[in-house]
Design a protein around this ligand. Structure first.
Ligand code: DC
Length: 222
């Protein structure tokens, strides 16, 4: 099986780029952020106190998270309910960032992620795919862009969905999430030593996709 790990901060374009690249290569695209978002939503809905290890463990033991793929599009199912939309709110983003710093949460998602890569050719995106989840991935890419460019992309995305947000709010959320994600003790966001760095600040979407696809083809020799 072939595994391609794409890590990087929020808004670097990982999901769009990885989805398109996966389509071109015929791989499945796995968005691991969706898993942390789903746990965030489950925590919010149940009012679980994440500081209380016993309560958190009870919640993690109780919930069932599955990924389904329909025409190559990933859906995330929480206890039988498709939560693919519900996990995309700013609140779910913040909750995801919060719960993702908890070792027990990361552990609970480890097997699910690794099993997918055992059974399929995958492009998996996240923060720790090349460093922790799939350290033997044949291709590792660290995708980044300046905070302003990333916030603008996320802002446009939210506006297009009719969400009422301000750019400054999106930018400050982005900077706060970057800080949480890269300064946490467990699996912090950082490039794997053997990753290829791709900065997409000055790229449009097409350029960013073709940059990533050519890195992949180069590395795989295809
Ligand atoms: O990629 P995203 O914005 O959907 O991720 C949501 C949060 O989950 C993000 O703040 C960091 C966390 N995350 C993580 O810690 N590890 C991953 N592999 C993917 C996401």
């Amino acid at each position: 099986m072939i595994a391609i790990a794409i890590d990087g901060p929020a808004g670097a374009g990982k999901s769009t780029i990885a989805r398109m690249a996966a389509k071109e290569l015929g791989f499945i695209y796995v968005d691991t952020g969706a898993l942390y978002r789903t746990i965030g939503v489950a925590v919010s809905r149940t009012g679980t106190d994440t500081e209380n290890e016993k309560d958190l463990k009870a919640l993690l033991d109780k919930i069932n998270i599955e990924l389904a793929f329909e025409d190559g599009v990933q859906k995330v199912i929480l206890d039988g309910e498709d939560v693919s939309e519900a996990i995309r709110t700013p609140d779910a983003s913040m909750m995801a960032s919060k719960v993702s710093a908890i070792p027990m949460v990361r552990e609970s998602l480890l097997d699910l992620q690794r099993n997918l890569a055992t059974k399929n050719n995958v492009i998996m995106d996240g923060r720790d795919i090349g460093t922790v989840i799939l350290p033997d991935a044949q291709v590792k890419i660290f995708l980044t862009a300046s905070p302003e460019v990333r916030a603008k992309r996320r802002y446009d995305e939210l506006l297009a969905k009719g969400k009422n947000v301000s750019f400054d709010e999106v930018l400050s959320d982005m900077i706060l999430r970057d800080k949480n994600d890269s300064e946490r003790e467990i699996a912090p966001l950082k490039p794997a030593p053997d990753s290829v760095l791709a900065d997409t600040s000055d790229d449009n979407l097409e350029e960013a996709i073709s940059r990533v696809v050519s890195i992949i083809k180069d590395k795989l020799g295809i």
